[in-house]
Design a protein around this ligand. Structure first.
Ligand SMILES: C[S@@+](CC[C@H](N)C(=O)[O-])C[C@H]1O[C@@H](n2cnc3c(N)ncnc32)[C@H](O)[C@@H]1O
Length: 489
């Protein structure tokens, strides 16, 4: 043993793929790694905990403190080795982004750029599958420093506070308390003291608000890590459902904004590979979830995702369709309560790593056509939703012409569509996890919409009404994700 060896009293080895086994060979590999890193490995006690999915090994050695991060660092290095190989930015795309986003985001682009280009800032949330038992996964996540994104206690504590307040108020007969978005935002920011707010501006029974319903359903469980840290994905297991799905946590925002409730008819217009469809199924039990994907390969991928995560008993509720999303509005007019349009878009993260310059240049050529397709899909969605229903439009690009401009264009020729303000409902309460771009100055100023002008909204609040944009930043690396919610009157 070398002089600068460490002695750990506990070493954890996780093998998270079903094929893996904690075996003597794996221990040998680990010992070899320890030797190379001059870590002494002297297990006094060895515990093996086996589950069908996961083998988990705790080795307790000597006297000193466990340094799990050594192992994680090694895993990270592995990942980064791979990343370094494939992840050179594509120069034509980077130049194009520099020009466009430098203008659109101003100073914010510098930090966004370095976040997007930093392979260490690639991060996934771990969304648990409520149709499986995932206690073992939760334990592992927690032991690795993951914590639940938006724990439901945030809301239940608030409800307790609200109930104690309501019992002293003129609303004491109320059996349902509705809180204003402002109140929830303040609460989540640790800024709400029920006793200092009067019932009239904190909440009222008469106030029409869906705020509570917009808070995450307790069954939606997603774990995130404060630092970029990879959790391995789960391999396909014939005959068994997967326990978790990895996704950019910002992908949950369009689903939260959709506010799906039990018994509703929901259309996921651009569905593959199915991450948001799965998130919808974690939030509620719709009467129908139609997952549409016209691309045959991606449809296969979608079908596989649904099969791997949802029990067969849901096969009649969750169906796959292969239409061109632009035709849905005609073929299934006013059929759905909620429609999600997670549109095909520039996908900044992956485009930045397009591989060859030719591929990048080709993508940039195609890019100019996207807003037309996106607007067609959004119009189709607005026709497919019933009056009173809701459409959420989302993309994973920062591009203003695929985001605000698409929404604005469609609103201008859809008089019965009304955008909702997601700033107070989503951006403020979740600013602890995500960085949101301030209102976009280029859009929303020249609106011809009397219904909005008549409300005397400021330019900036109208810009937020067109949608909110999650911008990757150091420490809040999630995104890009744009989302807009439009209600059909
Ligand atoms: C951003 S991806 C959707 C991601 C998916 N919602 C998820 O969360 O996993 C956009 C999808 O739209 C599909 N798409 C492209 N053109 C379409 C069209 N005309 N109608 C419907 N979907 C389309 C693409 O094949 C792609 O799978």
């Amino acid at each position: 043993m070398s002089n600068n060896a460490f002695i750990y009293n506990r070493i954890e080895i996780c093998a998270l793929t079903p094929e893996s086994r904690v075996s003597s060979s794996m221990l040998l590999v680990h010992m070899f790694y320890c030797a190379r890193r001059r870590i002494s490995f002297k297990p006094e006690k060895l515990t093996l905990v086996a589950s069908p999915l996961l083998w988990y090994c705790n080795c307790h050695t000597g006297r000193d403190v466990l340094r799990l991060d050594e192992k994680e660092e090694a895993a990270e290095n592995q990942v980064n080795k791979g990343l370094k190989k494939e992840r050179f930015p594509c120069q034509p795309i980077l130049d194009h982004f520099d020009q466009q986003y430098g203008q659109e985001l101003g100073d914010l682009w510098t930090s966004t750029r370095s976040t997007l280009l930093n392979p260490h800032s690639w991060q996934y949330g771990v969304m648990l599958n409520r149709f499986t038992v995932a206690t073992d996964i939760i334990q592992i996540l927690q032991s690795k420093g993951f914590s639940r994104f938006l724990p439901p206690t945030d809301v239940s504590t608030l409800l307790c506070d609200a109930h104690s307040l309501v019992s002293k108020s003129k609303y004491q007969a109320a059996n349902k308390v509705v809180l204003s978005p402002h109140c929830i935002s303040k609460y989540l920011l640790g800024d709400f003291h029920p006793q200092t707010l009067s019932t009239s501006h904190a909440f009222s029974q008469d106030q029409k608000s869906n705020t509570l319903l917009s808070m995450p359903h307790p069954s939606l469980q997603c774990y995130i890590h404060p630092y970029p840290m990879r959790f391995p994905s789960q391999a396909h297991r014939p005959g068994q459902l997967k326990q978790y799905y990895l996704l950019n946590a910002a992908s949950l925002l369009p689903v939260l904004a959709l506010q799906v409730r039990d018994g509703e008819k929901v259309l996921d217009l651009c569905s593959a590979p199915g991450g948001k469809a799965l998130a919808i199924m974690q939030c509620a039990m719709p009467a129908l979830l139609c997952c549409n994907e016209p691309d045959p390969h991606r449809q296969e991928w979608l079908a596989k995702t649904l099969e791997s995560f949802l029990p067969h008993s849901l096969n009649t509720r969750v169906i796959v369709s292969a239409q061109d999303g632009r035709c849905f509005g005609m073929s299934e007019a006013a059929k759905y309560d909620k429609v999600l349009v997670d549109a095909p878009c520039s996908n900044d993260r992956s485009w930045l790593h397009s591989g060859s310059s030719q591929k990048g240049a080709h993508r940039l050529k195609e890019r100019v056509r996207l807003p037309v397709l996106q607007a067609q899909l959004l119009r189709s969605a607005l026709s497919a939703v019933r009056p009173g229903g809701v459409v959420v439009y989302s993309t994973c690009t920062l591009s203003s012409s695929e985001n605000y401009a698409v929404v604005e264009t469609v609103l201008n020729d859809f008089p019965e569509a009304e955008p909702d303000d997601l700033w107070e409902e989503i951006a403020i309460p979740l600013s602890k996890y995500f960085a949101f771009s301030p209102a976009h100055p280029g859009h929303g100023q020249a609106s011809h919409r009397p219904s909005l002008q008549s409300r005397n909204r400021t330019v900036s609040s109208y810009s937020h009404r067109l949608g909110i944009l999650v911008v990757p930043q150091p420490g809040k690396t999630w995104g890009p994700m744009f989302l807009s919610r439009i209600r059909r009157r």
